[in-house]
Structure formats: C-alpha cells, structure tokens
Design a protein around this ligand. Structure first.
Ligand code: ZN
Length: 306
C-alpha cells in the first residue's frame, strides 16, 4: 500500500501531468482504473464508486492518499505553467507574448467549476487541487446514511488517524502490519464490509461491519493491546536511558518508599505520582527524574494528596 501511494500511483505520472497538457486524455482514465484494481487487490475488497472516491482522497481527508490522476491533470498543469511564466517571458523576450492555448482553456474550465481566478496565478498545486478534494469530500459525506457511517468518516478524517499509512513497514521496529491487519484497517477506514455475520464468543451477534470486536470484553485482542501499549511505553523509557521494569511488586506503596520497599524517595512530590501500569525499579538521578515528573503532572495522573 505504501509503495502504491508513494511511488506507483499519481507520483509516477505527475511530471507528465505538469509538463504536458493531458486533460481528458483516455490514458488517465485507464490509469485510474488500474489504481482502483490495485487497491482492491491489495485489500482483498470490492470498492463501490463512492468508496473509491473516498479512497482517492488525501489521507488527512479520510482517504488512502491514492489520488486519481484524471483529477490532477488541470491542477498540475496550471500550477506548473504559473510557476514558469516568468521564465517563459525571459526566454521569449524577443517574441510576441501569448499565453498557452491550453493554459487559457484549463483556467476557463477551472473558473467555471470553482469561481474567479486571482490576478496573479498561484504557483502552488494545492491551491488548484483543493477545491476538487473538497468537492469529492462533500460527495462522500452526502452519501453517508447512518450516524455510524458518519462517525466512521469523521474518525478517518481526524488528525493523526491515518498516520499508520505513512509508517514505513520496518519489522524490527514493530511497524510492519501483516496483510490481514492492512485489510481490516482499510475496510474500517472506508466503511467496507469486514466479515460475514456470525455470533461472537460472548453470544452477541456480529454484523458485516465487524465492529463488535472493539467493545466485546471477551475479545481476544483486548489483553494483547494492553500489553502492547505497556511494551511501547517501556521501550520509550528504555530508549531515553531510564531504568524501568513492568508492573513490579509494590507499585502502589503507601509509605512513600521506593517500589523496593526499603529506601525513601528523596523527592516527596514524586511519591504522589503514579502513572500507567509501570514503576521504576530504582530511581535514577534527579536530572532524569525531573522531566518524568513534569510529564506525569502534565498528563494529570496525580493521585489525591493525602
Ligand atoms: Zn463478544
């Protein structure tokens, strides 16, 4: 998926779109169909037209970032032309000046759909591209029938919800998702059917969206997610050079001693803070403690003062 979005999709032909007038070219439609088939094959799913439109939105707008090249043709060419107008003027200083016929035609098409064009043509492609994105996004939002679909789309378009799409699949760093995880993540993002209806192990029915697993108390992934989160926090502290163990005996002491039960914490404030399911096997120097205390304070994990 990351290779498709970052290398084999629109970026593969973007330089052609910027350098040559290619609007309405039949090859663009063919290229878009190939992209759609690729997404379907990677995720083992079947996309409706509206789901494909959502998939082709930028990640921050709830899509997968696999942009349709047929929509990028005008923004790419106009932005490139606007960016090189001064250079063209210099090169053609001795010739009769005239705007490109294609540029004027594309500006006219864009103006018809999205309104007036600034006197000075913007050189950034997002200026020309953004109205198309917003139009597609409005189309997707208009197609959402239930509050569940709407909530799912809002979640998909919220900040950082698509960060996993940008993570390099490095197995040694725990960033590699297996094929099934990618399929489930994409299906949830686009609101696709996730599974066949069946009965959960707790007895509740599970519909084709498969959302029951997120709330079921007997879901097998519940404990795994808890331990994965703990591992993540432990690795973070370890990477910062802070000695740490997970869930040691004596985590919640009431005598203001260290978890070892023998020595006193030399900072009384520190003894009032307990965070996560972690504790420190031994306190490092005060220089290392200070940032940790501030972090816990900021996250309001302060226990009531006794
Ligand atoms: Zn259940």
């Amino acid at each position: 998926m990351i290779l498709l979005r970052s290398s084999f999709s629109a970026l593969k032909v973007l330089h052609l779109l910027r350098c040559s007038p290619s609007v309405s070219h039949t090859a663009l439609t063919k290229f878009d169909k190939l992209l759609r088939c690729s997404v379907q094959n990677i995720t083992n799913s079947d996309l409706t037209d509206i789901q494909w439109i959502q998939a082709s939105l930028p990640v921050k707008d709830g899509g997968l970032g696999v942009r349709r090249v047929s929509l990028l043709a005008i923004p790419a060419f106009v932005a490139s032309a606007a960016n090189t107008l001064f250079l063209q003027d210099d090169i053609l200083s001795d010739c009769a000046k005239s705007y490109s016929v294609f540029l004027l035609s594309y500006l006219s098409d864009w103006s018809t759909k999205f309104g007036d064009i600034p006197d000075v043509l913007p050189t950034k492609q997002p200026f020309w591209d953004r109205p198309d994105v917003l139009e597609d996004r409005a189309l997707v939002e208009a197609s959402l029938n239930s509050t569940q679909d709407r909530a799912s789309f809002l979640a998909a378009s919220s900040q950082h919800s698509g960060d996993w799409l940008f993570a390099l699949p490095i197995a040694s760093r725990g960033l590699r998702l297996d094929d099934e995880a990618v399929r489930v993540a994409v299906d949830l993002r686009l609101g696709l059917d996730l599974c066949v209806p069946h009965q959960c192990q707790c007895g509740s029915p599970v519909d084709i969206r498969g959302l029951r697993g997120f709330v079921c108390k007997r879901a097998p992934g519940r404990a795994a997610r808890h331990h994965a989160l703990n591992d993540l926090v432990v690795r973070s502290f370890a990477a910062a050079g802070v000695p740490i163990i997970k869930e040691p005996v004596g985590l919640l002491r009431t005598d203001e001693k260290r978890p070892d039960g023998v020595t006193l914490v030399h900072d009384r404030k520190a003894s009032r803070y307990v965070g996560m399911s972690l504790s420190y096997a031994r306190w490092p120097s005060r220089i290392l403690i200070e940032p940790l205390i501030r972090q816990v304070q900021q996250q309001r994990w302060q226990l009531p003062a006794r």
